[in-house]
Write a protein that binds this ligand. Structure first.
Ligand code: SAH
Ligand code: SF4
Ligand code: F3S
Length: 461
């Protein structure tokens, strides 16, 4: 395990390279474009931190930037297509100005068949780097500024052998009161539909003291909403179990909320459920992806729990934490999914009563077990199931949200929403709108007067 941690001498070397670039990058701008999950958002914050260290000024507008990095996602085909079309957009600009450098990184870059495609069909992409190369961004940027040829920084070892942890590189946080803190990287679960274990390598945990120190510093800087990240946080083993880590991170003085993403149902422990109930700084929200309500499909997905086991866990979470919101992910149209299987998903959803469901249509991922299974489901059938599930969930969410009417919720303000209405989030992560502007990052009590399926509305108390 020890060789997982990048030695301090290597980190120091990257700082040195970054400093050596500052005169060359003076007055230049860089832009990071992000697709995918919170893990990728956080990776982009680290890439942006390294770019700043190299002397770039960060911009959100790629047209102003001379260094553009596209951080990609490979979870579904749609995500890959979006990232590729983003890369393609820079073709014309790149032809006019060769000094602009375009890099592509993230989960797509980690896959050899995609790298080949990028190499052949996207000549505007100058360099690619993998998901375990973030600490080497200064070196990569130096290469990009000097190399005459296109290049890549990729660990070529097998997916179950790659993966590192680096500490001490800068992070440029996008938000001044909400923050992501990774606790572990990679995934060993190999759900048969999923690309993540191939794109992110094997599971590895950050040291407990490093995570706790990062959270403590964030709380001291005034962060109010901090999410511990991992593909399967319950596998955390950096010096304690995840429940203890969460409890410790939520033990500092002051009003703030600790959240976590994501928990695998097979090992979401009683201890974790108890920590959520007993620690006031832990948000009352549990995202517990079920994927399917059919034990037969769950087995084919390699999820390692049955419908009954999931139901028992979900109901226990609700019983121990009556004010909690429970959300989930569901895949429609997994290979061989029958109408009966789907009916079981519908009935499970009803039995649990989810506050929100992220519903996805199954997308075959090259190299995964499910992509080669017989019995792929026609798109039209998956679409129908998707719609039926969304319609039912709408009614369930409405019913659950109606129960908040008349109650007072503590809300962390997000300032104004895109329609100019004051809004924020409750501990359950519900969107709440209200009558008076409150600066983003401040807590406020709101008496709930109206409820929709996706948001609550009220007046400040
Ligand atoms: N680590 C998390 C999930 C990460 S991916 C977990 O295990 O819960 C987020 C969600 O994307 C998954 O929960 C799943 O519902 C969906 N997903 C993953 N692969 C998919 C695929 N091939 N097609 C459709 N949806 C997929
Ligand atoms: Fe993918 Fe399963 Fe790992 Fe989640 S637990 S990242 S769904 S393989
Ligand atoms: Fe996408 Fe990679 Fe996250 S595939 S969902 S960016 S781990």
């Amino acid at each position: 395990m020890n060789n997982l941690f990048i030695p301090q001498t290597e980190i120091d070397r990257q700082y040195e390279i970054a400093r050596s670039l500052v005169s060359e990058t003076a007055g230049k701008k860089a832009c990071v474009i992000t697709f995918g999950c919170q893990q990728n958002e956080n990776d982009s914050e680290r890439i942006a931190g390294a770019l700043e260290l190299c002397g770039y000024e960060m911009t959100e507008n790629p047209d102003e930037a001379s260094m553009i990095i596209i951080n990609t996602c490979a979870i579904r085909e749609h995500a890959e297509i979006r990232a590729l079309s983003e890369a393609g957009q820079f073709k014309g600009r790149k032809e006019r100005d060769r000094s602009i450098k375009i890099g592509l990184c993230g989960c797509m870059a980690q896959q050899s068949h995609r790298r080949e495609q990028i190499y052949k069909s996207y000549p505007c992409v100058d360099f690619v780097f993998g998901t375990d190369m973030h600490h080497r961004v200064p070196e990569i940027i130096k290469n990009a500024l000097t190399a005459k040829k296109r290049f890549s920084f990729i660990t070529e070892s097998k997916h179950d052998e790659f993966g590192i942890i680096s500490e001490g590189m800068p992070v440029r946080r996008e938000n001044s009161y909400k923050a992501w803190v990774p606790v572990m990287y990679g995934c060993n679960n190999f759900c048969t539909y999923c690309v993540v274990p191939y794109a992110r390598g094997r599971e590895r945990s950050r040291r407990r003291e490093d995570v706790v120190a990062e959270v403590k510093a964030l709380v001291e800087q005034g962060y109010k909403d901090i999410t511990l990240l991992g593909q399967n946080v319950n596998s955390y083993n950096g010096g304690c179990d995840f429940a203890e880590l969460l409890d410790e991170c939520a033990s500092f003085d002051g009003e703030y909320r600790m959240r976590f993403m994501t928990s695998h149902p097979k090992d979401a422990s009683d201890k974790l459920i108890d920590v959520i109930a007993s620690n006031k700084n832990v948000a009352k929200h549990f995202h517990l992806p079920v994927q399917s309500g059919s034990s037969r499909v769950l087995k084919l997905m390699n999820r390692k729990y049955t419908r009954e086991q999931y139901l028992e866990k979900a109901l226990k979470i609700k019983e121990k934490n009556p004010e909690i919101s429970l959300t989930t992910d569901i895949i429609c149209g997994f290979p061989t999914e029958t109408d009966e299987d789907f009916a079981e998903t519908m009935s499970l959803v009803k039995a649990v009563g989810f506050d929100m469901i992220y519903t996805f249509i199954y997308s075959p991922r090259p190299g995964t077990v499910a992509a080669n299974m017989e019995g792929q489901i026609p798109k039209a059938v998956s679409n129908e199931r998707f719609k039926a599930l969304s319609d039912m969930e709408n009614d369930i969410a409405q019913e659950l949200n109606d129960k908040f009417i008349g109650k007072t919720l503590r809300v962390l303000s997000d300032g104004l929403n895109k329609n100019g209405v004051p809004c924020g989030r409750s501990t359950q992560n519900k969107i709440v709108t209200y009558d008076k502007f409150i600066p983003a990052g401040e807590f406020v009590d709101v008496v709930i007067e109206t409820a929709g399926a996706y948001a609550l509305g009220g007046k400040i108390k």
